[in-house]
Ligand binder design. Sequence first.
Ligand SMILES: *[C@@H]1O[C@H](CO)[C@@H](O)[C@H](O)[C@H]1NC(C)=O
Ligand SMILES: *[C@@H]1O[C@H](CO)[C@@H](O)[C@H](O)[C@H]1NC(C)=O
Ligand SMILES: *[C@@H]1O[C@H](CO)[C@@H](O)[C@H](O)[C@H]1NC(C)=O
Ligand SMILES: *[C@@H]1O[C@H](CO)[C@@H](O)[C@H](O)[C@H]1NC(C)=O
Ligand SMILES: *[C@@H]1O[C@H](CO)[C@@H](O)[C@H](O)[C@H]1NC(C)=O
Ligand SMILES: *[C@@H]1O[C@H](CO)[C@@H](O)[C@H](O)[C@H]1NC(C)=O
Length: 568
Amino acid sequence: MLWVRVLALVALCLNLTVALSTVNRNRARLESSQVLPHRNGWKFVGHADKADTTTLVLALKQRNTEELTQNFWRVSDPRSSQYGKFLSLEEVTELVQPHPQHVKDVLKWLQHYDISSCNHVSTRDFLKCRVTVGAAEQLLETKFGYFQHTVEKDYVIIRATQEYTVPSEIARKLDFIGGLHRLPNVGNKFKIKQQMPAPKDLSNFRYGVHPDTLRKRYNVTDNVATNPNTTQATAQFLKQYYSPADLKEFMNHFGKGFPHLSEISHEVGPNSGKTGLEANLDVQYIMSLGANISTTFWSTGGLHEGQEPFLEWMLDLSNTSVIPSIFSVSYGDHERTLSTEYMRRINLEFQKIGIRGVSVLFASGDDGAGCHRFEDESYTFEPDFPASSPFVTTVGGTMFTGLFTDANEKGNDISGGGFSNVFSMPKYQEETVTGYLNSSVKLPDSKYYNSSNRAYPDVSAMSDDFWIIINRLLMNVAGTSAATPTVAGMIALANDARLNAGKSVLGFLNPFIYQNPDIFFDVTLGDPSQACWLNDLDGYSVSEGWDPVTGFGTPDYHRLVAAAMKCS
Ligand SMILES: *[C@@H]1O[C@H](CO)[C@@H](O)[C@H](O)[C@H]1NC(C)=O
Ligand SMILES: *[C@@H]1O[C@H](CO)[C@@H](O)[C@H](O)[C@H]1NC(C)=O
Ligand SMILES: *[C@@H]1O[C@H](CO)[C@@H](O)[C@H](O)[C@H]1NC(C)=O
Ligand SMILES: *[C@@H]1O[C@H](CO)[C@@H](O)[C@H](O)[C@H]1NC(C)=O
Ligand SMILES: *[C@@H]1O[C@H](CO)[C@@H](O)[C@H](O)[C@H]1NC(C)=O
Ligand SMILES: *[C@@H]1O[C@H](CO)[C@@H](O)[C@H](O)[C@H]1NC(C)=O
């Protein structure tokens, strides 16, 4: 028995990069590089029982994707006459739904293997099926195994242990199949620095970041939302639940200086189980900056066998007609571990959300430029996705130059940033980023990154020494996960001002951001971001104007709202 496992593990470590080509008997691969499960923290523990069930998500090829992209740019660009003319879910469905004959053909193929328990989403471009392992193995000519998380041992999921193929005529109708190769990212990305019972009086708390620090620093002061239609949300994956009691206690301690809500208005998905740091941080800070705003806690936390929580969220959004106008998300994977086909489709999903007027903000990651070591000991930077997507707004991190909250602000050297290896540079940032590359700033050796591609982050905010309440204790945490809800809450306030004036919400933010670089406090101090410290290789330098550590810098509420009000 033992040798079987050892062999299996060796096989799993192989990163099967194969050219997209037909294989035997007219079968084809959907994803050109299928990275088999190898993520740290997950361990193969045995072959899956054929009678066991798992979930597959079939991403059906959409129609009119070029038109989708063109429309997406038009409604997001303040200089376009179509700015803010967002589409409803029904209109998105009209535009992108797959050809009905393709849907029929795929269903017929599934039925041939007795797979009939499938649901589609409103936009009809995803099909989610409950299948037995035995049927899925035949359908996709692959094998399945159980994978257990090495720390959270109650997490056992089913994944394919080999590459998968589909008949060639089906391959033309699908982008990828979910539930096979991507393993969820479990665990907290950010550092816990201190934990203690909350002191009674926090009014003169000069150490660490809390809501008043941010409100003062970014000129939000006592401004709060007043329009009942303003909305915001945080998205959580994998058993990250917030505690309503901690949220109340946090607001008791830290919410005295501004009117606010102390309860989440809507919960989507499960919110029961262990309280998560990430979830508590997100709700406590988005509701402190985006104060007095109806907030949604959107979770795809349940981990059923086969589920891909991030993909679940994408499906949910395509299956819900009214969704919040802003999502703050702290989630990411190395681009290297994802197939291009998967990322391209996720980018189309971001466009489907953006065209509906939703701003999506992602944390840029906490490893600076990142570092990947190849087997031959050579190394390179490691960009993350979705941070590197041209279709989201990516938030990096800053911190105080000194111990106290009246100190200056500098780039946080952990702030994720750099250049995609997959997506070319979008127009909205061309001038800005070539300006940085052309400047006299010290650049890393060009062999480590792809300077003609999408550069990130776009903006930043404080990301160190944040006080949160968790399990009634005061805890100090750090990471770009803290910066993201901070910026998201401020964008929500700008949306509120626009709604009060009868204007649309801002939607996808980047064209607006790159057309208004002066709405940010430029962050010009700080060490270069981290990269391969073992090899003495630094990441990127902080500079005047935009840079791949702090983006344009941190938002100034007054100038942000003034610029937002100028857009039609
Ligand atoms: C989408 O929503 C409909 C109606 O609520 C539901 O029947 C269907 O199962 C959902 N689809 C998925 C993939 O969850
Ligand atoms: C805005 O914030 C900056 C820096 O925190 C501060 O110098 C300035 O006085 C503030 N402006 C207003 C109008 O509050
Ligand atoms: C909070 O928002 C509501 C609308 O949702 C509004 O009626 C109320 O005046 C706001 N509170 C403050 C203090 O502005
Ligand atoms: C909120 O939205 C509804 C529906 O679009 C609209 O009728 C109403 O006037 C809005 N309320 C405010 C205060 O803008
Ligand atoms: C840089 O980007 C190009 C085009 O997007 C791609 O072909 C190339 O592989 C990338 N380089 C690296 C080092 O990933
Ligand atoms: C950057 O340099 C290139 C080549 O020297 C030049 O063509 C381009 O106009 C410059 N761009 C900016 C924004 O300075």
